[in-house]
Design a protein around this ligand. Sequence first.
Ligand SMILES: [Cu+2]
Length: 78
Amino acid sequence: MRAEIHIEGMHCESCPVDIKETLEETAGVREADTSLKRKTAVVDFDENTVQLTTLIKKIQDLGYAATVSGQPQSEVGA
Ligand SMILES: [Cu+2]
């Protein structure tokens, strides 16, 4: 599924690159696109392998404030 995470604390071009690399190193993540301008990370991941809360925690561990900013377009899962 695809989720958009809102990120506060990115201050230069290397921040979104670090976050993107960290997310894409995570098992279950197919693709991550981060934007310094929009303060977002759009992550495409397999929800059976990794949870959105885990991805948010990973970003927080890097020192950024991360929150879910958009609901996925797929149906609501338990
Ligand atoms: Cu930076």
